[in-house]
Structures are given as structure tokens and as C-alpha cells.
Design a protein around this ligand. Structure first.
Ligand code: PMP
Length: 478
């Protein structure tokens, strides 16, 4: 294999063996671990269902399973690992905290580590926001920071409703889930997100984005639309779980104009797009849009849990304790996050992600030309999606073939069999997603693409046409 990076030697069996393991299980007990997981863990478990591996070691792009097999990890903790697994600067930062005797748990008290993290983070923000920003440390999940952002804009505006987009994913707690198309605790008005491939207006491109923007504008200005001026608009500059859909920069600027003219705070969810992932440090930089609020998590913690909201100080009208939480002071995460943010900035990894991502997209587009089951290839930077379809199942009214989630699952499994971990997402779970670390080398990119191409060909050969075709199946497994 062309990968230069090597994982450490196979973990000794004793490190992973469970006393109840069957002595016949030769893989360091991994079969027993998987069996016990399926017996003991919740039916709601997600990645573990389609990725039956037991990671014991990891470095960079490579994960090593308890069975000694190695995998190239293009899931990266659902886009969390900007520097891959166990990057030396991250490990060093964590060790330094451990050796210093600093407290690990401090609620939201001031510490030198938090001070350094805040300074490093603010240095990366769009200037107009950084000069005038406040930060709220949240419970350590993206969804909690989304909750905080919604609370913030509701308090600041005194309004209730929220504008959110079709295909959005903002988390799993009630308010965030409402914004993602789930429960409806928050009154959400759902707006069309511009999509080229499955354009709801059937036109795609600039025209489709223009119509989507017009719909939004009209809804806010029509006194009889049934939508009163909302507390905020929440948007992803590139939808991740929704199927890797980059919003056109013009459309993002239009959303900024529409919200600014109506004094509606614009909340940009950069939980997945942040820290260089899309080819800019923050995805909003592509359009030059300066949001009122940014929701940040995943990569900012350098692989440990951390989530914050940063926002313009004018919005800082909430009361002390308005968004509390016990675990808002994870010192290890702040140190790992500071190291990650600085490394991405100093080594210009956002630019690197842009260049390498374009190259990968090019090769995938070549694959699409050779495989009719690849309906669309899209992405920005190292946030890449390949939508699988069943061309034979297209009906007379279909502008594009229906999504093929069964085939996508087969591709994921064929990838796994070839030592490649990929994510599935998209409205119909038919988008194979690649989220490699920004440290990916050219050789590693080639190895990933070779395995993917091989897996795609194998899945296509084995797949029965029209099996698992979906126009309506549920969305991604997060
Ligand atoms: N926002 C976006 C854009 C996300 O992609 C995610 C997670 N995939 C979340 C919010 C929720 O983050 P978490 O899973 O940490 O709650």
C-alpha cells in the first residue's frame, strides 16, 4: 500500500482481552467485544452498526483494529480530527497539561489554558467579528452550542421563530433537532437550501439558488405568509450530514443581506465545516459573509469534546446562567484545541485542503463518468460526497435518477473490506462521504481513491438494480 504513515505494531492481545473472552477468539478478543456491544448497547447506536471494528491504536489517517487490521480513516470522528488521530502536537499539548498539575475540571472559571484557547480562536475569526466578539463555552457537544445560539438570539431579539433549511443537521437535542427537521419545540420555518443536483425547483445552478433566495425573501416580506420576523436564521455554509452540499457564495451573501436588512441575526453552524475543512479556515470566508453568531465544535477541541458559540457583543443580552452546564471547562480539550488551531493556521492546512480536495474531486468526477451509478460528485475542500443512484429506476418525471441507499451501503462495506472507512449521509443515506484529515498526503489521497474506486466497482457489480432504491428513505445515521 502506498501509505507512508505506519501505525504502531499490533496491540498485544492482553491489552484488549476481556476475561470472559472465548479462548478461540484469536483477534485479541475483538469478536467478543463486538458481540457484547451488540448485546449490551442501545438499539440507537449508529456508526458501530456499519463499521464493526474495534480500534485499539491510531495515528494520523490510520486506525488499527484489535484484529490487527489497518484502516485508512476518512470518517475522522465525523469530521472532528483536523490533524488525524493522535497528532504529535496534540499529544504534546495534552501531556503538558497532565504534567503541570493543572486542574482538569473547572466549570467555567478563568484559567491560563482557556485564556490561550480564546486568544487563538479569536485570532482565526473573520476580523469584523473578532474585534467585537463574545464567547460562551457550552456543554461539550455541537448540539448544546446550537441550543445556546438559539437561546441567545431569542433573548436578544425578543422574538421566537427560527428560519432553518431543508436538509439541515444541527444536532440531536430538542431545539437543535427542531432546526434539523425533527421535533418542533422551536417554531421553525423551513426554507429551501440551494441544491444543484436535486434542485427542488428542477433547475439547479445559479437559477435554482436565485429561486431559493426569492422564496426566503418573499416569505419574510409577505404580510400574509404566516411567518413573523424570526429570532434568527441558522445555516450551514456546506451541509454535511445533509449530503455534502456547498451553498453558492452568492446565495450565502444574499442570506446575509436578507437577514441584515430585517435585523434578523444570522447564525452560521460551522461545527463540521470549521478549522480548514472546506479550504478556508471557516467556511463563511469563501463568501466573505460575517455572521452575527458562529457555532463551533468538533475540530476546535483537537479530538476532545469542546463546543462554543461566538457572537457579536451587541447580542450579549442574556442573563447570568442563561446557558449553564457542568462540563464547560475541559482543560485538556482547550489545550488540544489551541494546539490544533495554531497548527492548522501556521501550516496553512486550509489552503492545502482546498488544493487537495479539488484534486480528489477531479478524480472522483472521472469515476462518475465511468460509472452511471454515480449520480453526483460534490464538495468543498476535504468535505467530499459521492451520491449513488439507480439510473435504471428513473421514472418519466424524474430529472435525476432516484437515490440508491442500498448501493451506498454496499460501497461502504466494500470500502471497509479494503481497509477504508467512509461515512454515509445525505437525505436518502445514499451519499458516501469522505472527511479525511487535513494532514492527508498526496500518496495517502491516492491510496484512498484507489480503494474507493475498487470498492465502487465491486459494489456495482454485486448490486441488483432497483434494490434499495429510495426516493423517501430516512436520512443519515449520525
Ligand atoms: N451541527 C453540525 C453542522 C453537525 O454536523 C453536527 C454533528 N454532525 C452538529 C451540529 C451536532 O454536533 P454534536 O454531534 O457534537 O452534538
Amino acid at each position: 500500500m502506498a501509505v507512508t504513515e505506519s501505525a504502531p505494531a499490533v496491540a498485544p492481545a492482553a491489552q484488549v482481552r476481556n476475561p470472559t473472552d472465548d479462548a478461540a477468539d484469536p483477534g485479541g478478543g475483538y469478536e467478543g467485544i463486538l458481540r457484547r456491544q451488540s448485546q449490551r448497547e442501545s438499539a440507537a447506536r449508529t456508526y458501530a452498526r456499519s463499521l464493526p471494528i474495534v480500534p485499539v491504536r491510531a495515528r494520523g489517517l490510520t486506525i488499527e483494529g484489535a484484529d490487527g487490521r489497518r484502516y485508512l480513516d476518512c470518517l475522522s470522528g465525523a469530521g472532528t480530527l483536523a490533524l488525524g488521530h493522535n497528532h504529535p502536537v496534540v499529544l504534546e499539548a495534552i501531556r503538558k497539561v497532565l504534567d503541570s498539575g493543572a486542574p482538569l475540571h473547572v466549570l467555567d472559571l478563568a484559567t491560563p489554558l482557556k485564556d490561550a484557547f480564546t486568544s487563538e480562536l479569536f485570532a482565526t475569526l473573520p476580523g469584523e467579528l473578532a474585534d467585537n466578539a463574545r464567547i460562551q463555552f457550552c456543554g461539550p457537544a455541537g448540539t448544546d452550542a446550537v441550543e445556546a445560539a438559539l437561546k441567545l438570539v431569542r433573548t436578544a431579539t425578543g422574538r421566537e421563530g427560527l428560519l432553518a433549511f431543508t436538509g439541515a443537521y444541527h444536532g440531536m437535542t430538542a431545539g437543535a433537532l427542531s432546526a434539523s427537521g425533527g421535533a418542533t419545540d422551536v417554531r421553525v420555518t423551513r426554507l429551501p437550501y440551494p441544491q444543484h443536483y436535486r434542485c427542488p425547483f428542477g433547475v439547479g445552478g445559479d437559477r435554482g439558488a436565485e429561486l431559493a433566495a426569492r422564496w426566503t425573501e418573499n416569505l419574510l416580506d409577505d404580510p400574509k405568509s404566516g411567518v413573523t420576523t424570526p429570532a434568527g436564521m441558522i445555516v450551514e455554509a456546506v451541509q454535511g450530514e445533509g449530503g455534502v452540499i456547498p451553498a453558492p457564495d452568492d446565495w450565502m451573501r444574499r442570506m446575509r443581506r436578507i437577514t441584515a436588512e430585517r435585523s434578523v441575526p444570522l447564525v452560521v453552524d460551522e461545527v463540521q465545516t470549521g478549522v480548514g475543512r472546506t479550504g478556508a479556515f471557516w467556511a463563511v470566508e469563501h463568501s466573505g459573509v460575517v455572521p452575527d453568531v458562529m457555532v463551533l465544535s468538533k475540530a476546535i477541541g483537537g479530538s476532545l469534546p469542546l463546543a462554543v458559540v461566538v457572537y457579536k457583543s451587541e447580542l450579549d443580552a442574556w442573563e447570568p446562567g442563561a446557558h449553564a452546564g457542568t462540563f464547560r471547562g475541559n482543560q485538556l480539550a482547550m489545550a488540544a484545541g489551541t494546539a490544533t488551531l495554531a497548527y492548522v493556521r501556521e501550516n496553512k492546512l486550509a489552503e492545502r485542503a482546498g488544493i487537495l480536495g479539488a484534486r480528489i474531486l477531479g478524480r472522483l468526477q472521472g469515476l462518475a463518468a465511468a460509472h452511471p451509478c454515480v449520480g453526483d460528485v460534490r464538495g468543498r475542500g476535504l468535505m467530499i460526497g459521492v451520491e449513488l443512484v439507480d439510473p435504471d429506476a428513473a421514472g418519466p418525471d424524474d430529472l435525476v435518477p432516484p437515490a440508491a441507499p442500498g448501493l451506498a451501503l454496499a460501497v461502504q462495506q466494500e470500502c471497509l473490506a479494503r481497509g477504508l472507512i467512509v461515512e454515509l449521509g445525505g437525505r436518502h443515506s445514499a451519499v458516501v462521504r469522505l472527511l479525511p484529515p487535513l494532514t492527508l498526503t498526496d500518496e495517502q489521497a491516492t491510496a484512498v481513491l484507489d480503494r474507493f474506486a475498487d470498492a465502487l466497482a465491486a459494489a456495482e457489480r454485486a448490486h441488483t438494480p432497483t434494490t434499495g432504491v429510495s426516493r423517501t428513505t430516512p436520512g443519515p445515521s449520525h
